[in-house]
Ligand binder design. Structure first.
Ligand code: DX5
Ligand code: ZN
Length: 224
């Protein structure tokens, strides 16, 4: 069985101790570090810029999974790549020329992802899927951590998994928003490959144990 990936989202960490928080994640079996970039336009919130990504990258041992929640993301793809992004995910809803945006990401040497807001059907990806390394399905409305998981996402995962199987693609399905032990198993059963977790890791009493538990879902008896 190929194990799923876990990507803690640094958005939920204690910013006053960000270096320690990153080092704490280094000491887990997390696979990627998820970094949310928000511009106050595409989403109502503003988070980090490229200089912050450089600092995060400096301390982290993990690949940087950069989620651009910004309008006209083409303007910043190279900047975030230079700052250390390994995966760059843009929103379908923010790209008029999505095929071109994916090309820019790949030419910059990063893995290319497309994110869908909760209302966007996976069928919109039919003609671009084979160009994508990652599809990120938002399971909350983007902009903030700590929101409630939108249950319709499960069905979207199943549909997307079917599309990927039919085309026999290596594209990863990443789910982002409201994820924790309460729903992780259902997401994996529906066909998810990557679980992003912000609050359920950083706000946990024992964040390392939270990563461990998310990573070991499906191993019987571990967290029954
Ligand atoms: C929301 C971000 C998420 C966020 C998830 O717009 O894209 O990555 O950090 O946070 P939780 O896991 O708390 O829902
Ligand atoms: Zn995100």
């Amino acid at each position: 069985m190929i194990k799923h990936l876990v990507a803690p989202s640094i958005l939920a960490c204690d910013y006053g101790n960000i270096q320690k928080e990153i080092e704490m994640i280094n000491d887990t079996d997390a696979d990627w570090l998820h970094v949310d970039i928000m511009d106050g336009m595409f989403v109502p919130n503003i988070s980090f810029g490229a200089d912050m990504l450089k600092v995060i990258k400096l301390h982290s041992k993990l690949p940087m999974d950069v989620h651009l929640m910004i309008e006209q993301p083409d303007r910043y793809i190279q900047t975030f790549r230079n700052a250390g992004a390994d995966n760059i995910t843009v929103h379908l809803e923010a790209c008029t020329h999505l095929h071109k945006s994916i090309e820019i990401i790949k030419n910059a040497g990063a893995k290319a992802g497309v994110a869908l807001n909760p209302h966007s059907p996976v069928s919109l990806l039919e003609d671009i899927l084979e160009n994508l390394d990652i599809v990120l399905l938002m399971s909350v409305n983007p902009g903030f951590g700590g929101q409630k998981f939108i249950y319709q996402t499960i069905d979207k995962i199943r549909k997307l998994r079917e599309m990927i199987l039919v085309k026999n693609l290596p594209t990863l399905i990443e789910i982002d928003g409201g994820i924790g032990l309460q729903n992780a198993e259902s997401l994996l059963q529906a066909g998810a490959d990557v679980l992003v977790a912000g609050s359920s890791v950083f706000k946990a009493g024992n964040p390392k144990l939270a990563v461990y538990a998310l990573k070991n879902i499906g191993i019987k008896g571990l967290y029954a």
